[in-house]
Design a protein around this ligand. Structure first.
Ligand SMILES: Nc1ncnc2c1ncn2[C@@H]1O[C@H](COP(=O)(O)OP(=O)(O)O)[C@@H](O)[C@H]1O
Ligand SMILES: O=C(O)C1=C[C@@H](OP(=O)(O)O)[C@@H](O)[C@H](O)C1
Length: 295
């Protein structure tokens, strides 16, 4: 018998890149990845497919299904297919969105409820733990440096999180209501290929960003993060400088190449006019508060 589950999870933008110190911060945005999982007791393996990207690496989502079946199921394999609005390897946490959607879809196929509502007595796994399954799969598939629990928790829970990626713990969670401007150049930058040694050199700035974020000064935190990581990862500073007078915060997102600016819509519209002259795609979205869910 085949059991089917479906779920969706949002992408995210960066406040603090965790590659310097292991502490990171991210916020969910309104662009989503959807996963459909079919579990089959007679099948021995899990086959992944990414819509529109036949050559992309499917090990992350296959491992997510395997880990869920190992922990909550009774053997077997199946199929997972993702469809995504999130550009892959562009710094917008496509990997976290795909992993979270897949974990929730696999749980859904097994009839396991995932909820972080303390009053929900039927919940078998809370959403933070569900995100940790995706983080484990990302480590095992080799698509991450720190595990990226910052990105995974923001995508799973919605809103903004600050996390310790060595312990996979949420240090702070907050709701943020921002318009978000994104510039995604055409090139791609896989996190696993990032210059980690150079990121570690900017650790004193990462500590400052963490302090600002823990104090709720997210905009200034982001901008300091942007200056530090553009320098460490050799990305241009001009998208930051042009946005700084108008945005509440602006940063390189993750290991790039996308940039994100947050603030008021009218101010971001004028930044958009400038970023529109850059090659690639400039788009407006909003922060997302509810995180991942089954559908
Ligand atoms: N829609 C998707 N379906 C399945 N796997 C995905 C999807 N999007 C991304 N991934 C996985 O995540 C990897 C990219 O991760 P990463 O370099 O961290 O980029 P990002 O910053 O977008 O998360 C891909 O190589 C692939 O393994
Ligand atoms: O692999 C990792 O451990 C991380 C990758 C980066 O994100 P991207 O995957 O978006 O580049 C970074 O922002 C995050 O804090 C940690």
């Amino acid at each position: 018998m085949t059991e089917i589950g479906r779920a969706t999870a949002p992408a995210a933008g960066t406040v603090l890149n965790a590659l310097a110190t292991g502490v990171g911060s991210a916020f969910a945005i309104d662009a989503h990845t959807t996963a459909t999982v079919e579990l089959d007791a007679d099948s021995e393996s899990v086959d992944g497919e990414i819509a529109g990207a036949p050559d992309a690496d499917t090990r992350l989502v296959e491992r997510c299904v395997e880990l869920v079946v190992e922990r909550f199921g009774d053997g077997g394999g199946g199929r997972v297919r993702t469809e995504s609005e999130v550009p892959m390897a562009a710094g917008l946490k496509s990997s976290s969105a795909a992993a979270n959607a897949t974990v929730l879809a696999a749980l859904d196929a097994l009839g396991v409820d995932a909820s972080d509502d303390a009053g929900d007595r039927d919940a078998t796994v809370d959403r933070e733990d569900a995100a940790r399954i995706g983080v484990r799969a990302a480590r095992e598939a080799g698509v991450t440096v720190t595990g990226a629990f910052d990105d995974a928790s923001a995508s799973m829970l919605g809103g903004l999180t600050v996390t310790d990626n060595e312990r996979d713990e949420v240090l702070k969670r907050d709701a943020v209501e921002w318009d978000v401007l994104v510039w995604t150049p055409d090139e791609r930058a896989f996190s696993a290929d990032a210059d980690v040694a150079n990121c570690k050199r900017v650790a004193p700035m990462a500590d400052l960003v963490a302090d600002l974020a823990m104090d709720g000064e997210y905009g200034r935190a982001m901008t300091v993060n942007g200056l530090a990581f553009c320098a460490a990862l050799d990305f241009p500073a001009h998208p930051l400088v042009t946005a700084m007078p108008r945005a509440e915060g602006v940063s390189l997102s993750g290991t790039g190449p996308s940039f994100v600016a947050v603030g008021d819509r009218e101010e971001l519209d004028s930044v958009r006019d400038i970023w529109n002259t850059y090659e690639g795609t400039t788009w407006l979205t909003r922060t997302q508060q509810t995180g991942a869910r089954r559908i």
